[in-house]
Design a protein around this ligand. Structure first.
Ligand SMILES: C[S@@+](CC[C@H](N)C(=O)[O-])C[C@H]1O[C@@H](n2cnc3c(N)ncnc32)[C@H](O)[C@@H]1O
Length: 313
């Protein structure tokens, strides 16, 4: 089981489409993430409405006045290609925003994106290799970290280190988990009903295996508000944001669902029974009316949870 490699449905649920897993997929290697640059960017763009709601909520949690102030500093830790970092720069109208990541190719994308959007003056990038480089992050009014803490061996230590970077009265916002994504009806007419529930189970095993393989991996009760409190912050609210793209899907969302199914097929094949593999093959058939490319009933539902906590003023 532990040699399968489903994506991290950045996973966002198992939705955040990254390569969680083993074997040839070494997600501790920046090259692994750089190879996924385009996919990460498209995926984050697809989630823009979800992230937009989260960013808007966080402006209120931090305080609108502080969010708009020119002295405010926002750091996106594990920013990937900077889609959310640029959203912060847009919504936090005077703030300096730093996209921090280990993958220089992704940071180049983040800077190019900010420049394209006319935000280059307030957006910069920072190469960090965590957990070694937490101090390099400097002090921030808001730290946003989305689907990155679970890539660090000791998640509590990571939160402790991030909490230490928060300015008085500032906020740490951690986006982790949510719900597994859904793309199809329970019974979509091929194979045994409930395919996605069985994929979820496989995913959890692969996710656990991914965690175990990280150097310095520590098993933690993933009660994020309690972990934030242990890091010395006062929990200030948890919310879950929904991406709801109904059927029939347009080309971008359809392409995303297709690539998720492809990854599951390639990487979780040995976690699923042969009938489910046959079903996945039928879904991936480009020519078939039953395939994901043509079928009218495919949709995209994705939920991401954001936990916040505040430093003492
Ligand atoms: C799953 S992606 C999340 C990207 C983005 N935050 C999002 O939610 O769409 C994880 C990101 O964390 C970065 N990352 C993973 N481990 C890291 C580490 N040890 N130090 C710095 N960045 C890391 C990867 O390069 C990648 O860009």
């Amino acid at each position: 089981m532990q040699n399968a490699q489903p994506q991290d449905g950045h996973s966002h649920g198992h939705g955040h489409g990254h390569g969680h897993g083993h074997g040839d997929a070494d997600h501790t290697d920046p090259a692994f993430w750089e190879a996924m640059a385009e996919r990460l960017e498209t995926e984050a763009e697809l989630r823009a409405s979800l992230y937009g709601q989260a960013v808007d909520w966080l402006a209120g949690v931090l305080g609108e006045e502080r969010a708009a102030a020119s002295g405010t500093r926002v750091v996106d830790v594990g920013s990937g290609p900077g889609v959310v970092a640029t959203m912060f720069a847009e919504r936090f109208s005077g703030a300096e925003v730093v996209a921090a990541d280990q993958a220089s190719g992704l940071l180049e994308r983040a800077q190019a994106r900010a420049d394209r959007l006319g935000l280059g003056r307030r957006v910069s990038t920072l190469a960090v290799d965590l957990p070694d480089d937490f101090a390099k992050l400097g002090t921030a009014d808001l730290i946003w970290t989305s689907h990155a803490v679970h890539h660090i061996g000791d998640q509590q230590e990571a939160l402790n280190a991030l909490a230490a970077r928060i300015a008085p009265g500032g906020v740490l916002a951690v986006a982790e988990r949510g719900l597994p994504e859904r793309y199809l009806p329970r019974d979509f007419g091929i194979g045994r009903p409930g395919l996605q529930a069985r994929i979820d189970a496989a995913w959890e095993d692969a996710f656990a295996g991914m965690r175990e393989e990280i150097p310095g991996s520590v098993r933690t009760v993933e009660d994020w508000p309690a972990m934030l409190a242990r890091a010395g912050l006062a929990p200030s609210g948890t919310r879950t944001f929904l991406l709801d793209v109904p059927a029939p899907l347009g080309p971008v969302a359809r392409g995303y669902v297709r690539s998720q199914l492809e990854h599951i097929r390639e990487r979780a094949g040995d976690l699923l029974d042969p009938e489910d593999i046959t079903t996945l093959d039928a879904l991936l058939d480009e020519e078939s009316e039953e395939g994901i490319r043509l079928r009218p009933d495919a949709f995209l539902l994705s939920a991401t949870t954001v936990h916040t906590a505040r430093a003492a003023a």
